[in-house]
Design a protein around this ligand. Structure first.
Ligand SMILES: O=C(CO)[C@@H](O)[C@H](O)COP(=O)(O)O
Length: 235
């Protein structure tokens, strides 16, 4: 059996924000498939990160698809602005969206592909009636808010259940996983059905302060290859 096709989405949360455009260009040169952008508001999650102005800067720096993960309350107020700034995919939390179906329609009407995501304690059943309307499902394998956390193994059962639910729809819905993804955890999440791996520290943590741009590209390329090659073992 041939190995599954796996996409790698480096999370810029772990990038050097003083050189953000160069960092995004470096992971693009290193073979990344998507750029993952974590938006945090200090309310839905304890951390605060960035808004549409940074998405616009990332858009100017790369041709790769931009995958925006909104960890914010009332995401419906902002989805159009993120789409306009250049987001290709916009993912909102079930826990932050009482009118999830309407928010998903708003994302699509704004010109982006809608995604939905679950905190570690939220059951996959919360997605059953929204799956026909989305293009992406993101399983959080850490409590959202910070990079560099330890992978929560309970995410594997959830990935397996969602793989079955997605396959039953007959639609091409990306199954993405985020949090603690590294060469040690990637084989299990791929075997459980994930096809898009978000990785922050496992990619950007591969560079050393003071590295040249070329050295960064080399380090990121090795890190991305190490993640991607774990798919071979999961076939
Ligand atoms: O959304 C988040 C954290 O809330 C993630 O995207 C992290 O940025 C992943 O970081 P690592 O666990 O890969 O270091």
């Amino acid at each position: 059996m041939s190995p599954p096709h796996v996409l790698i989405a480096p999370s810029i949360l772990s990038a050097d924000f003083g050189h953000l455009a160069a960092e995004v260009q470096a992971v693009e040169s290193a073979g990344a498939d998507w750029i993952h952008v974590d938006v945090m508001d200090g309310r839905f999650v304890p951390n605060i990160t960035l808004g549409p102005v940074i998405v616009r800067a990332v858009r100017a720096a790369t041709r790769l698809p931009i995958d925006v993960h909104l960890m914010i309350v009332e995401p419906e107020r902002y989805v159009a602005e993120f789409a306009e700034a250049g987001a290709d995919r916009i993912t909102v939390h079930v826990e932050a969206s009482p009118h999830l179906h309407r928010t998903v329609q708003q994302i699509r009407a704004a010109g982006a592909l809608p995604g939905v995501t679950l905190n570690p304690h939220t059951s996959e059943e919360a997605l059953r009636h929204i799956l026909p309307d989305v293009d992406l499902v993101l399983v959080m394998s850490v409590n959202p808010g910070f990079g560099g956390q330890r992978f929560i193994p309970g995410a594997l059962d959830k990935l397996r259940a969602l793989r079955r639910m997605i396959d039953a729809t007959g639609r091409d819905i990306a199954l993405e996983v985020d949090g603690g993804i590294a060469p040690a955890t990637a084989p299990d999440v791929i075997a459980a059905g994930a096809r898009v791996l978000v990785a922050g520290s496992a990619v950007f943590g591969a560079a050393r302060p003071g590295d040249t741009h070329e050295a960064r590209v080399d380090s990121y390329a090795r890190a991305i290859r190490a993640l991607r090659s774990t798919a071979d073992g999961a076939a």
